[in-house]
Design a protein around this ligand. Structure first.
Ligand SMILES: C[S@@+](CC[C@H](N)C(=O)[O-])C[C@H]1O[C@@H](n2cnc3c(N)ncnc32)[C@H](O)[C@@H]1O
Length: 272
């Protein structure tokens, strides 16, 4: 496992673990065979962990298709972003909405990248029909293509050993076995509308039980507390061995929506 000093995000993702990725990785065991991350999102932990062999997935199809594009066609991804970015500067905000309409029709991962980089406050938001519905960020230009190009190249070389899977977390981890590590970062149960799918809490607990039976190590990031609110949904104590509290920085969702900063704490559960 090699660590990056400062790794800029290539895919900006709502609920990203970027601010605590280094801390989370410091709890990982040194020697593992395959690293599994079935709730991948923006992959901030995958990027820092950088294991030799990894299987990562997410239920969000254009997201995983974008990861695959960054892995296999980094130059094309950079060029397409540059083309879109230039058109945006020339045509203005209507271009953003054209791209959004097209993305909602064909799910093109490169259009998705452009939207994630130019949408309001970088919030990745889908409506009930699975359509991307955030608006354009009027006061920002979107990341400069030259800067993004370097970030894409850096990530592309780091993810050559990653197998990407579009699907449910159980599908992504079905080949895991003793000696592997599964890192889990499910959507907040109280905040599920911010993601493109729902997650059933009882089924998730059954999954943890199954990992224990299969003697597979897991590290689980879970609901924490924010300001004076405690969002902690407990994980039954028979399902894990150790629990740590991690300082996760300020809440970006709250910053954006309420203009106020609250310190966020998250729990980390380990089953060994
Ligand atoms: C909290 S985010 C992960 C953020 C990620 N750790 C990062 O640093 O960017 C949770 C992710 O779980 C995905 N997800 C939701 N339900 C899922 C399911 N049933 N199976 C797999 N992924 C799911 C969402 O699309 C979202 O990307």
């Amino acid at each position: 496992m090699t660590k990056a000093k400062k790794l800029m995000p290539v895919i900006k993702w709502t609920g990203s673990k970027r601010s605590q990725a280094e801390t989370i990785v410091s709890y990982f065991p040194e020697n593992i065979n395959t690293y599994y991350e079935p709730f991948l999102g923006g992959g901030s932990v995958m990027g820092i962990a950088n294991f030799k062999k990894a299987v990562c997935g997410d239920i969000c199809k254009p997201l995983i298709e974008l990861w695959e594009e960054i892995k296999t066609r980094p130059n094309d991804v950079s060029k397409i972003y540059e083309g879109n970015w230039n058109k945006l500067q020339k045509i203005g905000y209507t271009y953003y909405y054209d791209v959004r309409d097209q993305f909602n029709k064909n799910g093109d991962p490169n259009k998705f990248l452009f939207l994630t980089r130019t949408c309001c406050n970088g919030l990745i938001r889908f409506n009930k029909n699975g359509e991307f519905n955030n608006s354009f960020h009027v006061t920002r230009k979107g990341i400069n293509p030259k800067t993004l190009n370097k970030i894409i190249d850096e990530w592309s070389s780091r993810i050559q050993n990653v197998k990407f899977i579009i699907g449910d977390y159980r599908e992504t981890t079905k080949t895991a076995k003793k000696g592997d590590l599964v890192y889990l970062d499910p959507p907040y149960f109280y905040n599920k509308d911010r993601y493109s799918s729902d997650l059933n809490y009882e089924e998730f607990l059954k999954f943890l039980e199954d990992l224990n039976k299969r003697e597979i190590k897991y590290v689980l990031s879970f609901d924490g507390s924010r300001g004076d609110k405690n969002y902690n949904i407990e994980i039954p104590s028979n399902l894990y061995k150790r629990k740590f509290t991690i300082k996760a920085g300020n809440s970006s969702v709250n910053n954006v929506l309420n203009q106020k900063k609250e310190m966020v704490f998250e729990s980390l559960y380990l089953n060994w």
